[in-house]
Design a protein. Structure first.
Length: 277
């Protein structure tokens, strides 16, 4: 084996074929091009004969230096360091296009198209947006629907709330009623809300009031006046907070639980929903 202390060339081809260009064409390779028919070994990989695991084999362990070598010994912790973007196009030769053994650290945003399956715990400092997470039991843990804003009163802080969830496509209307016994609902409730699903909660303000719902529909709620009136002036003395809830009628009724192994098994019309898959 020849020992060349230093050689400077524009291009090196190791093997029979120069795969960097088509045959019988002018070489336009940039200066410093290295073409290797493979396999390629960097570092003390300890793969012998034809027992290589890949075309490119890299180890962070450096080879032993020969006696009287005056160059400094290589001492690094990484087998590969990329100062730039990396793209991997997998194939079907192995089960995974990217297979990592050991802990991983990701700094920055990560976008995953598809499912994330784990046999352990996922600890997230920040959002898990969109997609879905599946635990070892096959349970899909959908991301929480949230909003995250600059804190309105504490400098240097942020505020995050998550959406309320329930087994219906519910809507609500809330407010304060004073000097009247009629809660007028938004005009669009007539076309949006099934009046048979409406529920009303009332909370007296200042003192106990015998508040009773007299009637309701998807346009208004009537509270029984009863003793809540000044009979000398006919002034209505009702003062309360109200919450009115109802279920949307502009689509099919939600089926909260159903038999199946995926979202595609939903027995209703999936096109009416935006969901994690």
């Amino acid at each position: 084996m020849a020992n060349l202390p230093r050689q400077q060339v524009d291009k090196i081809v190791v093997g029979t074929f120069d795969t960097s260009q088509e045959i019988d064409t002018k070489d336009q390779s940039p200066t410093g091009t290295l073409v290797a028919n493979g396999p390629v070994v960097f570092g003390n990989v300890k793969e012998f004969g034809n027992d290589y695991k890949a075309e490119l084999n890299i180890s962070s362990d450096s080879c032993e230096q020969i006696p009287f070598d005056q160059q400094p010994k290589l001492d690094v912790k990484l087998a590969l360091n990329s100062d730039g973007n990396v793209k991997i196009n997998g194939d079907t030769k192995t089960a995974f296009a990217f297979d990592v053994t050991g802990d991983t650290l990701l700094t920055g945003n990560e976008h995953i198209t598809g499912k994330v399956t784990t046999d352990s715990t996922i600890n997230a400092v920040g959002n898990i947006n969109g997609g879905s997470v599946t635990d070892s039991g096959g349970n899909t843990l959908s991301a929480k629907k949230d909003f995250d804003i600059i804190h309105p009163t504490k400098e240097g802080w942020r505020l995050r709330h998550v959406c309320l969830e329930g087994p219906e496509a519910g809507v609500y209307y809330r407010g304060r009623l004073k000097g009247s016994n009629i809660i007028e609902l938004p005009s669009y409730w007539k076309g949006l809300v099934d009046e048979n699903t409406i529920t009303v909660q009332l909370q007296s303000i200042g003192k106990h009031q015998n508040l009773v719902i007299e009637s309701f529909n998807n346009e208004y709620v009537v509270i029984e006046i009863g003793a809540n009136q000044n009979f000398l002036t006919n002034e209505i003395l009702i003062d309360c907070f109200y919450h009115v809830y109802g279920e949307r009628k502009d689509g099919e009724k939600l089926i909260p639980e159903y038999k199946g192994t995926s979202i595609d098994d939903y027995p209703g019309d999936n096109s009416q929903y935006t969901h994690n898959k």
